[in-house]
Design a protein around this ligand. Structure first.
Ligand code: PDD
Length: 274
């Protein structure tokens, strides 16, 4: 496992962040999480494109051109010696005396490359339970911002009550999970929340949509509410680390353990990197 902070590789446990880092003091930055399978960062271009979009949305200039970021990632992977890994990278507005106005100092990239967290087999087979919660986040959830307090609190509340994930509801409609997107299947049609500013435009979500098209599974992007979710034939969450994970229960409502479309999509998804 290895770390990177401001132009250099460091030991993952080294203390490197100055007190007056804007990521540290303001959460003033954006991030990405990228999965590495068999030594190759999966959907890397897509993640870096999204990083560029997130940075632009907060008026943040990247400290390096994307080509240099690719180089740092491959150098880091080599140094780490890992082949099944998770790359976390963030860009912050740098180091400057604390004041709200943007500083003129350069932005700072940091990164960790660690062993991948793998979802345990039982959860993959049995599915996971989720709990619905009010979406208390801001209106720019498409930005992969470092400000994750509402997400962290929601995930913790869910876990405290024995659930794997919190699923957010905004104005009566399901948006996404605290760190995942959500899909349902109803009468053979795959459905997910539209990619508006109220959700993160997940890279896994986009991959699943492509796979659905490849497999001729009817697909719709549309808003749906709690009742519609409770009556789903199948439901699953997607994220870089969870991949495609079936939902077995939404609060007290159990879903059928029969999941033909979820299973098909999961097998196809694994085929993308195998
Ligand atoms: N989370 N929605 C939210 C709010 C997320 O934080 C994430 C990812 C997703 C799924 O996006 P993707 O398929 O691109 O990973 C959806 C990452 C994994 C995290 O914060 O750890």
């Amino acid at each position: 496992e290895i770390g990177f902070y401001k132009d250099q590789f460091v030991d993952i446990n080294e203390n490197v962040v100055p007190i007056q880092e804007r990521g540290h003091q303001f959460g003033d930055g954006v991030y990405e999480v990228i999965r590495v399978y068999n030594g190759k960062p999966f959907l890397l271009n897509e993640h870096l494109d999204r990083l560029v979009k997130s940075a632009e949305a907060i008026y943040l200039e990247l400290p390096y051109p994307p080509e240099r970021i690719y180089e740092i990632i491959s150098e880091g992977l080599e140094k780490s010696g890992l082949t099944e890994a998770e790359i976390y990278m963030q860009i912050t507005r740098g180091i400057a005396p604390r004041a709200h106005l943007f500083p003129t100092t350069p932005s700072v990239m940091s990164m960790t490359i660690k062993n991948a967290r793998v979802v345990d087999k039982k959860k993959r087979i049995d599915g996971v339970t989720v709990t619905l919660m009010e979406d208390e986040r801001w209106k720019n959830c498409y930005i992969k911002s470092l400000n994750l307090l509402p997400n962290v609190i929601a995930k913790q509340k869910a876990a405290t009550n024995g659930h794997e994930e919190a699923i957010f509801i905004r104005d009566g409609f399901i948006t996404e999970g605290s760190s995942s997107n959500i899909f349902i299947v109803k009468n053979g049609t795959l459905i997910t929340t539209p990619a508006t500013n109220f959700i993160l435009h997940g890279i896994t979500r986009a991959a699943v949509i492509k796979l659905a098209s490849k497999c001729n599974i009817p697909f719709e992007e549309r808003k749906f509410d709690r009742e519609f979710l409770n009556e789903a034939d199948e439901a699953f969450i997607t994220s870089t680390s969870a991949e495609i994970l079936p939902i077995s229960k939404i609060d007290d409502i159990s879903l059928s353990p029969n999941r033909p479309i979820t299973n098909l999509l999961y097998n196809e998804y694994c085929g993308l990197y195998k």
